[in-house]
Design a protein around this ligand. Structure first.
Ligand code: ACO
Length: 319
């Protein structure tokens, strides 16, 4: 029993921060950020929280799917930035939307988290364990960034995206996924609960990144995992309508398109107005495209995520 996406939703914080505003915090410029990343602005939480954005995205996905929250069997939130460690964000979302029948848990695979949550839900539906699943990526990346480190802070944004999966008779496509813990230092964020006294002012308790290493990793592994997932499912690149990648930055997406020798218009992007929202980026983009009517029944779409761990993964789905 395979699954299909029957509803999408998203939530971006009301406050939109332009590149120009970053010049108040670090030595940078709109031109540098645009040229190196394709980012023009990002949304940053003020009133919103990881859970409140997840709730709004979930409600809008339920409305689109014309479903009641009580029909959800599995609720997974992919996040690295929830306000509470306990309880998990998924249980908080459950309570606020009234998904009383759902099994709830959070999942952390950084920017690949939405893909990993999608695979988890898919396998649960495939085995008959669940009939429906609500998967949410929600991130307050602005809480994790060092606002004095110009190499990282300008990249990220906040937001949430949600999809609802339902069992169906559509074809089941095997996913592909990989991890390499030996490269853990490329993207590092220490827990602020590790016991040191001064941990809120110490830069090592914010996101640390080897930007060039991440860039090279993404450009090498993403085309490979896309080819792998297509081969596993007996599909060719020309069968695919869209390649929806984690929105890290425009140059990575362009390089992946070049490696695959595919036109850039098969690689939708929203990094220009969202920045990098980690595990929320793919479901936010899916929702934007869905609501603009850009996705059509029968379209085959590849999703690909990559990030800290290192982790990278791809999935094929039929709209
Ligand atoms: N504004 C102005 N100058 C800057 C800024 C900034 N915001 N940040 C760095 N610089 C400077 C550097 O200090 C350096 O100056 P120097 O030559 O005087 O030493 C110069 O710009 C070049 O720095 P590089 O780090 O070499 O710049 P690079 O071309 O590699 O671009 C970037 C940096 C954009 C981070 C790039 O490495 C990249 O895109 N990496 C991918 C990382 C990524 O997307 N991470 C997302 C999180 S992980 C994920 O989602 C998978």
């Amino acid at each position: 029993m395979a699954a299909f996406i029957c509803g999408t939703g998203s939530c971006l914080p009301a406050y939109r921060m332009t590149n120009e505003e970053w010049t108040q915090y670090v030595e940078t410029s709109d031109a540098w950020i645009r040229e190196r990343t394709g980012i023009e602005s990002r949304h940053i939480v003020r009133e919103e929280t990881c859970v409140s954005m997840a709730v709004q995205a979930a409600k809008s996905a339920l409305e689109q799917a014309d479903m009641e929250a009580g029909e959800i069997d599995l609720l997974v939130v992919s996040t690295i930035s929830a306000e509470h460690i306990l309880p998990c964000a998924a249980c908080e979302v459950q309570q606020q939307i009234g998904a009383a029948n759902a099994v709830c848990f959070d999942l952390n695979a950084a920017c690949s988290g939405f893909l990993m949550a999608y695979h988890t839900a898919l396998s649960g539906i495939e085995t008959g364990m669940y009939k429906t699943a609500l998967i949410i990526g929600s991130e307050c990346m602005s809480h994790l960034m060092n606002w004095k480190d110009r190499g990282t802070c300008i990249l990220f944004g906040d937001g949430a995206g949600a999809v609802i999966l339902k069992n169906s008779s559509r074809p089941f496509y095997l996913p592909a996924g990989h991890s390499d813990g030996s490269k853990k230092d490329a993207l590092l964020l220490r827990s602020r609960h590790s016991g040191e006294i001064d941990n809120f002012t110490d830069p090592q308790y914010y996101m640390q990144m080897d930007g060039q290493a991440v860039f090279k990793f993404a450009v090498r592994q993403v085309p490979e995992v896309i080819r792998e997932v297509l081969k596993k499912n007996g599909l060719k690149q020309e069968d695919i309508r869209f390649f929806i990648l984690h929105q890290a930055n425009r140059r990575i997406t362009e390089a992946v398109a070049r490696h695959l020798k595919e036109p850039l218009d098969k690689f939708p992007m929203n990094v220009d107005h969202c920045g990098n929202t980690s595990s929320a980026s793919i479901p936010i983009l899916l929702d934007e495209m869905n609501r603009k009517g850009e996705l059509h029944r029968g379209d085959k779409i590849v999703l690909a995520g990559f990030g800290a761990g290192l982790t990278w993964s791809a999935a094929v789905l039929e709209w």
